[in-house]
Each structure stands twice: as structure tokens, then as C-alpha cells.
Design a protein around this ligand. Structure first.
Ligand code: NAI
Ligand code: MG
Length: 352
């Protein structure tokens, strides 16, 4: 009997609908190959939802997200609402809050065919294959704030439970990879980091097959540009993760290749989306790079639907399509969005 999954599609704004259609095309090819059935529902988020429904995400959409097995999202944001009172991005924040997604996963992998576009010296980013696991709902971004003319503060708070649950996500992910976790903190200065280090060390005892090292955040920032190949899984708190994940994002040389997953408690639906935004400058032209969205669909199979073999087939399909020269303009080629999606879908379907 074929396994069925409910996928909520939230294409959003700008190039979102184009890249989500591409991701769906490839997800369907993977589902057909591995005997799964994906049941889609499509709803609005972001500027599209503000225009049609009066809010960046409706209560009904949040409810449907909670009932889905996974949410596949495009991007939100539209210059029309810049500086306005109701922001499209609020839809994304409300969705993350609704689903309690406390772990943000961003894999960064070098793509051999694109090695010329890395900003680093040739060879440094070669073979990079790392995963950043960033805590997403705690720390200085969410602590108590004080904002005056002469004095301001952001309180950074972490609890044992918050550290433990995100650490487990990182160790589980490491098991499916090269079995190494680098936990990044600032334990020589910050009390939250000392708690972080202690709790991560305790969680590590449940994963004797995974090697743990603790790295100070300033050293980690250096290693990312001098020797990024040394990392497998990087586990870190919200603020450090925000900065390190953007630093790591430039390694492969293109934003259009980077997927992400935001995960909550086991069993609750995750959100899978490309790292890039709505790219209003190229929206509607059929030239957006769909690989980040397609690789997000791969993450959906791996982390959201428990079907890693489908994820791997999609990842191999993208690598093969890129190696065969199927490149969108941002990668220096002239392929369109649909052409790139077809190239991957064909390989996913036909692979031996
Ligand atoms: P952006 O990522 O949308 O675009 C930055 C540059 O990269 C643009 O030149 C764009 O054309 C290019 N680009 C991005 N994705 C591409 C793709 N798949 N293929 C080819 N080229 C691509 O970031 P920007 O311009 O700062 O923001 C545009 C809008 O997107 C804003 O409203 C912003 O708030 C929103 N945004 C939304 C995010 C999300 O939904 N998670 C994340 C980042 C920005
Ligand atoms: Mg950032």
C-alpha cells in the first residue's frame, strides 16, 4: 500500500510560486519512484495573503499547517508593503510560532561544477558539506528588552529544556551524516553558553557514536572561511546561528542553491523553504533558480516525511543536472526555471 502524506504548499510572493511549482514537480517524481502519495493543499501567505485575505497569514491557514505532515514554502515579501504597518514577513513568524519550530537546519554543500563562484581562494570551499543547526526561538532575540534613549538591553535566556531539544536534533542529524557535532558557544564569557555546553555534553552521552567538540564562536567564524571542510554538523544558539549561517551561505557561491528546514517537536510538521527571498527583480520571468526550493523538498522527505532515500535521489538529481550544465542565469547559464526542474525530475525518475 502506498504511504500518503499531506503537504501544505505556501508559495507566497515574487518568485515563490515559480520555485514551489518546480519543487512540486520534482517531489512528485520522487514520490512516484518510491511509491508514495503526496496530497497537496495550496494556500496563501505573505503579501498575497494580505491582498486577498487581509492578513499575512489567516487563522485557517495556520490551522491547516498544523494538520499537515509538512509545509513547503516559497518566499514572502513584496516592495509594495515595505515600511507598511502590516508586513508580509509577519506571516512567516506567525507560522513558525504556530508550529513551534525551534530548530533551523541549513545545509551548505559545495557544488563541484560551481566551484569557480566561491568567494574563497580556489580549493578552500572544495568538498564542503556541513549542516548548521540553529536554535530558533530563544536567546537574545526573544528575551526581555529595554529600549531607552541612553540605555538599552536584550536579555538572553536559555533553559535546559530548550538546549536539550535542539541538541537532540543536531545529534540525530549527525548520525545520518559523518557523525560529528561541533557545538559553538562563548562559554569563556557567557553564562548561557556555560549552560549550553553542559547540557550539550549530557545529551552527547546518549549518542556515543557521534563525536562532539566545543568551539568558541570567534574561532568558529574563522574556521568557516579558512577550513570549512573540518565541519560536519554545527550546533549553535539563535544569535550566533544567524550570523554563522549567513557566513556559511556564501561558501558555495550562490544563494539560489541553499535549502532550509525549520523543525519542531517530533511528530509536528516542519517548514521547508529556500533560504533566498522573493526576488521581486526577477519575479514572473521564469528565470529563478529552483534548486534551493527543490533541495528544500529533499529536506522535507528526509526530516519531515522520514524518507531519506527520496531525499538522496533528489540531491543526486540536482547535482547531475548542474554538472550537465543546466544552469539558470544567476549561475551563469541560460536555462529557465521549468527547464531546470524538468532536468532534475527526469533524473529522479530514471535513475538506476
Ligand atoms: P532575495 O533573496 O529575494 O534577493 C537577493 C538577490 O538574489 C536578488 O538580486 C535576487 O534576484 C537574487 N535571487 C534570490 N533568489 C534567487 C533565485 N532563486 N534565483 C535567482 N536569483 C535569486 O533578497 P532581497 O532582495 O533582500 O529581498 C527581497 C524580498 O524578499 C524582501 O521583501 C525580503 O523581505 C524578502 N525575503 C524573504 C525571505 C523569506 O521568505 N524567507 C528571506 C529573505 C528575504
Ligand atoms: Mg540572517
Amino acid at each position: 500500500m502506498s504511504q500518503r502524506f499531506r503537504v501544505l504548499l505556501l508559495p507566497g510572493d515574487g518568485i515563490g510560486p515559480e520555485v514551489v511549482a518546480a519543487a512540486r514537480r520534482v517531489a512528485d517524481a520522487a514520490a512516484a519512484r518510491f511509491g508514495l502519495t503526496l496530497e497537496y493543499e495550496e494556500r496563501r501567505i505573505g503579501a498575497a495573503a494580505i491582498r486577498e485575505e487581509g492578513a499575512p497569514v489567516s487563522k485557517e491557514t495556520l490551522r491547516r499547517a498544523g494538520e499537515a505532515d509538512a509545509v513547503l514554502l516559497g518566499a514572502v515579501g513584496d516592495p509594495e508593503f515595505d515600511g507598511g504597518e502590516v508586513r508580509p514577513e509577519a506571516g512567516l513568524l506567525a507560522l513558525r510560532r504556530e508550529l513551534g519550530t525551534f530548530a533551523n537546519l541549513r545545509p551548505v554543500a559545495a557544488i563541484p561544477a560551481l566551484s569557480g563562484s566561491s568567494p574563497l581562494r580556489p580549493g578552500v570551499a572544495e568538498g564542503v558539506d556541513l549542516l548548521i543547526v540553529r536554535e530558533l526561538t530563544g536567546g537574545a532575540y526573544f528575551g526581555e528588552k529595554e529600549e531607552g534613549e541612553e540605555r538599552a538591553s536584550d536579555l538572553s535566556v536559555y533553559t535546559r529544556g530548550e538546549v536539550e531539544r535542539v541538541a537532540r536534533v543536531a545529534f540525530e542529524a549527525a548520525r545520518g551524516r559523518r557523525g560529528r557535532v561541533a557545538s559553538v558557544d562563548k562559554a569563556n564569557v557567557l553564562a548561557t553558553s556555560r549552560l549550553w555546553r553542559r547540557v550539550v555534553g549530557e545529551v552527547a552521552r546518549d549518542y556515543p557514536d557521534v563525536a562532539l567538540e566545543h568551539v568558541l564562536v570567534d574561532a568558529a567564524a574563522m574556521h568557516l572561511v579558512t577550513d570549512p571542510g573540518r565541519f560536519d554538523v554545527i550546533l549553535t544558539e539563535n544569535l550566533f546561528g544567524d550570523i554563522l549561517s549567513d557566513e556559511a551561505a556564501v561558501l558555495p557561491g550562490s544563494m539560489g542553491m541553499l535549502p532550509s528546514a525549520s523543525l519542531g517537536e517530533p511528530g509536528s510538521p516542519g517548514i521547508f523553504e529556500p533560504v533566498h527571498g522573493s526576488a521581486p527583480d526577477i519575479a514572473g520571468k521564469g528565470v529563478a533558480n529552483p534548486y534551493a526550493a527543490i533541495l528544500s523538498a529533499a529536506m522535507m522527505f528526509r526530516h519531515g516525511l522520514g524518507r531519506p532515500e527520496a531525499a538522496e535521489a533528489i540531491e543526486r538529481g540536482v547535482e547531475a543536472a548542474v554538472a550537465a550544465g543546466c544552469l539558470t542565469p544567476d549561475l551563469g547559464g541560460s536555462s529557465g526555471t521549468e527547464e531546470a526542474a524538468e532536468a532534475v525530475a527526469r533524473r529522479v525518475a530514471a535513475e538506476e
